[in-house]
Design a protein around this ligand. Structure first.
Ligand code: SF4
Length: 216
């Protein structure tokens, strides 16, 4: 099974400290650029980064990709996600991905935004009530490394279809971000803790994984 990732916009409305993403260039792909990128052999298309809902033609892009018989995995930080958008588009979407770094408000605030946690919980409910598949991504860094067992307990009650945890990786684009590098013993503790948890699918992406190679 192949998955194709299409980065439709180079802008975000958050400023997470570990983000090697958007330069906020305002660059975005046109419908015809998206169409020309579509690889007919891939089974899923991930529409991402950085914040897809900032693209003014995102709903046309969704329909375009859907009409090419691709299943769409939609990555959003939720800020602009609402019921009306989901009602209009849920029949075109396969899975929605939402980010959360801790279920403890003051810890999540350090990586995301002050009211992120409250809203992400609402967004999780919206996605589940829309009967869409839900995936969650989290970044394991020094700011939240002591609280991943609690996040695991919380997410186990939600049962996302996938929980993917990325180990923070310092890349060239980030300046002075060494302080975010997590402690390896804390990663080991978390991975041991996960052995007794029951998730539909759990993946830990280590900082030396292939995933990061294109971002060095
Ligand atoms: S929401 Fe994602 S793209 Fe936006 S700043 Fe945070 S990590 Fe970067």
């Amino acid at each position: 099974m192949t998955t194709q990732v299409i980065d439709v916009i180079d802008t975000c409305n958050l400023a997470c400290p570990y983000c090697f993403g958007p330069v906020n260039s305002k660059k975005r792909m046109s419908l015809s650029q998206v169409e020309s990128k579509l690889d007919k052999s891939s089974k899923y298309v991930v529409l991402t980064w950085w914040e897809v809902l900032l693209h003014p033609e995102i709903e046309d892009i969704i329909k375009l990709v859907y009409n090419k018989w691709k299943k769409i995995i939609f990555h959003t930080n939720w800020i602009l996600l609402n019921k009306e958008f989901l009602d209009r588009n849920k029949k075109f979407l396969y899975r929605i991905n939402l980010p959360i770094d801790s279920n403890i408000p003051e810890i999540n605030e350090k990586t995301r935004w002050k009211i992120h946690l409250k809203r992400i919980k609402n967004a999780i409910d919206l996605v589940k009530n829309s009967n869409l598949k839900l995936s969650i991504t989290s970044v394991f860094c020094s700011l939240n490394e002591d609280y991943f067992d609690k996040l695991a307990d919380f997410l186990e009650t939600i049962q996302p279809d996938l929980w993917r945890v990325f180990e923070f990786k310092n890349v060239e684009k980030l300046k002075n971000a060494d302080y975010l590098t997590p402690n390896q013993d804390k990663i080991k503790f978390f991975l041991d803790y996960m052995k007794n948890k029951s998730f539909k699918r759990f993946e830990f992406i280590a900082s030396d994984s292939e995933f990061y190679s294109s971002y060095n």
